[in-house]
Design a protein around this ligand. Structure first.
Ligand code: AMP
Ligand code: MG
Length: 309
């Protein structure tokens, strides 16, 4: 898996060609869904164990960013990969078209307030990266941001890349580990999934008319994504381009990358100090005394009842 993950990681400081270099249908050395099932299940279980330590240690936080075109499987990846973890330690935030209040703040604000607490995993279903994706593809979104005209120039994208890199550097330097996934679905597979959403009544809710308009901008999105990877995959906050035409492979790759990242943190339950240990023992003795007292109480009770009858 290590080698596989390395091939999915976007190299920092090197230009990639998203269309050429990354195959959405890639499944590594696995033959089928069944072939990967045990590995994925073991990964999900191990993630639950690691999360327990992350939470107990209360030192690091993990921020997972998910970006993709529509129907690439962000929601189902979250549902499956996180199926074993303790909900108390995970927060998922889905970023939609910004509200009026959000637009009156700088673009990082709504992301900032949603960052995970120490010991927690935060999942961003879309994120501030939309600011160099949908906002770039549809300039009318930028117009709504009320930026001073002098700042709304052609350098805005390179400035945003820099701001994002600096922001992530700051997070990592404060113990918030940043992990970024792009679920790479092909245009053909997106069509198949859209048709399913239209044809199956219980999937209708997942489809919106806007999806078809976004599909029409496919090439613009791929260009924007490519620029984003080439500018924001850093050694401290790397992007992974996850093949997404086979959902089972997406889940396996995502859980593996999360595990590899957590592994590097050497998570462990907090060490108990001598004093804490003494307190634990004292509490135990106290409660054992309680048992003895209670047993005495029960005996007395029985005696009373015995007298009555
Ligand atoms: P969905 O994820 O299908 O619920 O759709 C959310 C929509 O919100 C997508 O079309 C995103 O492109 C859009 N969105 C998310 N963040 C932003 C943003 N910062 N500016 C404009 N649109 C956004
Ligand atoms: Mg949608």
């Amino acid at each position: 898996m290590k080698k596989l993950l390395e091939s999915l990681k976007v190299p920092s400081g090197k230009k990639i060609d998203l269309r050429q270099d990354y195959d959405p249908g890639y499944i590594g050395h696995f033959m089928s869904k069944e072939d990967a099932e045990d590995t994925t299940a073991a990964g999900i279980q191990l993630l639950a164990q690691q999360q327990d330590k992350l939470y107990a240690q209360n030192t690091y936080a993990l921020l997972i960013i998910l970006q993709a075109l529509d129907a690439a499987g962000k929601d189902s990846t979250i549902k499956h990969v996180m199926s074993g973890v303790n909900p108390q330690g995970v927060q998922v935030t889905s970023f939609k078209v910004p509200s009026a209040e959000e637009l009156d703040h700088d673009y990082l604000w709504r992301n900032y307030v949603a960052l995970p607490l120490r010991g927690n995993i935060g999942i961003f279903n879309r994120s501030y990266y939309e600011e160099v994706l949908v906002v770039r593809v549809h300039p009318e979104y930028l117009e709504r941001q009320q930026l001073p005209p002098v700042l709304n120039d052609q350098n805005i994208w390179s400035r945003r890349f820099l701001e994002i890199n600096n922001f992530e550097r700051y997070l990592v330097d404060n113990g918030i580990i940043v992990l970024k996934f792009f679920l790479n679905v092909s245009k053909d597979e997106q069509k198949r999934r859209f048709l399913k959403r239209i044809e199956e009544p219980e999937k209708n809710w997942k489809f919106s008319a806007a999806d078809i308009h976004e599909r029409a901008c496919w090439d613009d999105y791929i260009d924007a994504y490519e620029e984003m990877f080439n500018n924001t995959s850093t050694p401290y906050a790397p992007w992974y381009i996850i093949p997404a035409d086979h959902k089972w492979f997406t889940r396996l790759a995502v859980v593996s990358a999360i595990l590899e990242t957590l592994d590097r943190l050497h998570l462990a339950y907090p060490e108990v100090t001598i004093q804490q240990n003494e307190e634990l023992l004292a509490a135990k003795v106290e409660m054992e005394k309680e048992n003895v007292d209670n047993a005495g109480g029960i005996k007395k009770e029985k005696k009373k009842i015995g007298k009555k009858s």
